[in-house]
Design a protein around this ligand. Structure first.
Ligand code: PLP
Length: 383
């Protein structure tokens, strides 16, 4: 096995330098704990960025993958696959959506949503929110707010507009008869766990209905129990027209999905969109394993309960550098009055993985299987 030093040396030499990586080499994981090559253990409050909701190497995901991998890994969407059929049905059961397009990542799900929205509406414009994050491919990047991410790659797709998040009038003003869709995260992740007011999405839904504009919700980060509901839109008493999901869908295995109601989905016809790997049997088997683990262990309810506990403990710290604790379920942001990256390093040295977004918000998105005792340890370390 390669040492930490050897691994890091090879990255520097052979891997493109697009990530600011922390200096540990992870080797194995179980539940909410990961272990590095030196045998050090960490409580993982990053969870692959809200991916490992069922915990690392959940036995159900592992056995679903093992069973499928010896049977059939990949064919093509030129043929049918039982696993894809089952997963599409399951997603339709869990959401108000009727039909699914499978891909391999979040940004691909967003690309598919943008294409379907244009095809279904015969319009080209998009309205997105300031602070939004929808992915890094050119289409998704066009509706991602951060200038730092977009600027070097312009020109992006024309017709994208940004409006302040949580401001209904701004959305109303931005929609024209050229607007295909409004796309929003029901809770913004990358901008610092930003939770809209309770009536925001309801009001956006009304504006979209009045103007005949599609509403796409990007549930890539908020989906699959993260916020204490299967999907975050359920907190707000509305239904989107289209949804994107990825991150936690496959229990750690890469898979994405774009879903829509039937009257919209029917506009995607043969040849309109495709993906070689999308919905392959192995990825779908992993996702079915992850979803059944979530159901069996009631992880959605668990996220809600433990999220409340976690946030209360963090608030009880009453530390002078903490300016706000906010969140829903186990999607928690701890806003600081200092640079959060210092805290990330200190926590890691004490055995806790967290990450820092927007310079001063610590994002805490642990596996939903984290235990109360592990939460206590994390809070102690953060304190
Ligand atoms: C992570 C994320 C994406 C992009 O997903 P990738 O799998 O990294 O392409 C898009 N939207 C949201 C809300 C995300 O959190």
């Amino acid at each position: 096995m390669m040492s930490e030093k050897d691994v890091i040396k090879r990255y520097a030499r052979y891997v493109m330098q697009t990530y600011a990586r922390q200096p540990i080499v992870l080797k194995e994981g179980k539940g909410a704990v990961v272990k590095d090559v030196n045998g050090r253990e960490y409580i993982d409050c990053v969870a692959g960025i809200a991916v490992n909701n069922v915990g690392h190497c959940h036995p159900k995901v592992v056995s679903a993958i093992k069973e499928q991998v010896g049977q059939l890994i990949h064919t093509s969407n030129l043929y049918y696959s039982g696993m894809q059929a089952q997963l599409a049905e399951k997603i339709a059961e869990l959401t108000p959506m009727d039909s699914v397009f499978f891909c391999n990542s979040g940004t691909e799900a967003v690309e598919a949503a943008l294409k379907l929205a244009r095809k279904a509406s015969s319009k080209e414009g998009f309205v997105a929110a300031e602070g939004s994050f929808h992915g890094r491919t050119l289409g998704a990047l066009s509706i991602t707010y951060k200038e730092r991410y977009r600027k070097p790659f312009e020109p992006l797709i024309p017709g994208a507009k940004f409006v302040p998040y949580n401001d209904v009038d701004a959305i109303q003003d931005a929609i024209t008869n050229e607007t295909a869709a409004v796309i929003l995260e029901p809770i913004q992740g990358e901008s610092g766990v930003c939770i809209p007011s309770d009536d925001y999405l309801r009001a956006v839904r009304d504006v979209c209905d009045d103007t005949g504009t599609l509403l796409i919700l990007d549930e890539i980060q908020t989906g699959f129990g993260r916020t204490g509901k299967w999907f975050a839109f359920e907190h707000y008493g509305i239904e989107p027209d289209m949804m994107t999901m990825a991150k936690a869908l496959g229990g750690g295995f890469p898979i994405g999905a774009m879903c829509a109601k039937e009257d919209i989905a029917k506009n995607f016809q043969i040849g309109d969109h495709a993906s070689t790997f999308g919905g392959n049997p192995l990825a779908c088997a992993a996702a079915l394993g992850a979803i059944s683990a979530m159901e069996e262990e009631k992880l959605v309810e668990r996220a809600k309960k433990l999220g409340t506990y976690f946030m209360q403990k963090l608030r009880d710290l009453r530390h002078e550098y903490i300016t706000e604790i906010r969140g829903k379920g186990l999607m928690i942001g701890m806003e600081l009055s200092i640079d959060g990256n210092i805290i990330v390093d200190m926590a890691r040295e004490k055995g806790v993985l967290i990450n820092c977004i927007s310079d001063n918000v610590i994002r805490i998105v642990p596996p939903l299987v984290i235990t109360g005792r592990q939460i206590d340890k994390v809070v102690e370390v953060l304190g």
